[in-house]
Design a protein around this ligand. Sequence first.
Ligand SMILES: *Cc1c(COP(=O)(O)O)cnc(C)c1O
Length: 361
Amino acid sequence: MSICKLLTPGPLSTSDEVKNQMLVDRCTWDNDYKMITQKIRKQLLSVAHLSEEDYTTVLLQGSGSFAVEATLNSAVSQDGKCLFIVNGAYGERMVEMGNRMSLDYSVYRTDYHIIPNVNKVRKLIETDTDITHIAMVHCETTTGILNPIEDMAKLCNDNDITFIVDAMSSFGGIPMDIEKMGIDFLISSANKCIQGVPGFGFVIAKTDKLIGTQGKSSSLVMDLYDQWVVMNKDGKWRYTSPTHVVAAFSKALDELFEEGGVEERYARYCRNNEILRDQLSSFGIKAYITDELQSPIITTFLFPSDRFDFDDFYKYIKERGFIIYPGKLTDEDTFRIGNIEEIYEVDIRRLCKIISTYMEG
Ligand SMILES: *Cc1c(COP(=O)(O)O)cnc(C)c1O
């Protein structure tokens, strides 16, 4: 198999150092391993500039969706009601989770290229006073649109509503002041902007809110509170943990700090993304999301013509060292390119050159 750089929203291209951590087998109850878990939990708070007094972290086996479902199942109790704000497939996934759990919920949807309107949400919570929780996605990876969580957070704080944010594809890559916003539960995973490998998700939670979920989950293995209680003791995970993934993630976090933290990584992603969109636009390939709403994480591009053959395009690029991503929209022909991995300006310029040659040919 030839080695390609993955221009996807995760799993993504990781550094050699991150991959190297996985060559060692580690024991789950050994102190050295448990300390890695505790170090990760501290670093996650530190990278988000959070105080250990008010916030805490829980790591949970599985992909990112497992952590989202665990959070909804633990945080939204049977006597609560959740408003899901949806403008993409990941928002829809939360609604589907609500269905499966028979949660009491309502949904506010917008078109996928539009951000939710905070005044509409205000009206919704004024008319329906049963709403106790709001859950939304920060960067909708479906399109690459960046949703306004600051405004929504303020609304939640003012109205005593618990705010749950799926920041899967943005945490670590976009600076956000979780404490100032007063976000109650924020969910992300190992294989996105922290640039680790897939295998677990994590939740950053206000400690008192997390403690409030005790006994609420209808699932044993996905009970966020129980998971936290065990882990918080000494770093031992409840049930077998993905040891190789955890070690790789620890390295990935160190590398995030070495790069200069979230701010520096954000700057790199922004540069990657700008070059990509500028160049492709000059070849006649336009982005689906307008510049003002576009995240620096992943971009959805419209097919440049009716005759555009994505499979052929994909193959051409793959043969030259990059893997891109298909689109996820049902009503438009699109493809996606992510830029949140071990990818630098030189890689993006090389990719653009390949695409330019393809378009000319
Ligand atoms: C990646 C992602 C998820 C989780 O997806 P998994 O395949 O379960 O890891 C959830 N929400 C968003 C916005 C994502 O980008």
